[in-house]
Unconditional design. Structure first.
Length: 136
């Protein structure tokens, strides 16, 4: 009986539980990124950029969960954003003349660009720190 309890207590937490165990500001940032990327992509799905955003957010989320399963909650998780959001941000920047900032969808694209670029700065730093041996 005690072996069962110790095994259950040692079971790793899910990715979402690991996010919820982080400081409130980090939970809010993750929530903001999901909201900004997913909701807009669904609402504005007819825009070609929205399909890119949706594809990048889904691919990054799947990859991040896989990375979490492999490494746990470590700085290497940023690699998912580096791989999928770097091409997204480059693509969005190349289409900035089509954003039409007077419309809601154009403002959303600008918001996604700034949000994802900000995340990428953090993610590149985290991945570099991971590669130099700083895991957490």
């Amino acid at each position: 009986m005690l072996d069962f309890l110790s095994t259950a207590a040692a079971a790793p937490m899910s990715f979402s539980a690991a996010i919820m165990a982080q400081p409130l500001w980090l939970q809010a940032w993750v929530g903001w990124m999901m909201l900004a990327n997913m909701v807009g992509a669904v609402v504005f799905i007819r825009r070609p950029e929205a399909k890119w955003v949706l594809g990048a957010i889904v691919a990054a989320a799947i990859s991040m969960i896989w990375l979490y399963d492999q490494f746990g909650y470590q700085r290497i998780l940023g690699l998912a954003h580096v791989v999928f959001w770097t091409p997204l941000v480059i693509y969005l920047w190349s289409r900035r003349k089509q954003w039409d900032l007077s419309g809601v969808s154009g403002k959303w694209l600008a918001l996604v660009f700034v949000t994802d670029l900000t995340s990428l700065v953090i993610d590149y730093i985290d991945v570099a720190r991971y590669l130099t041996g700083e895991r957490l």
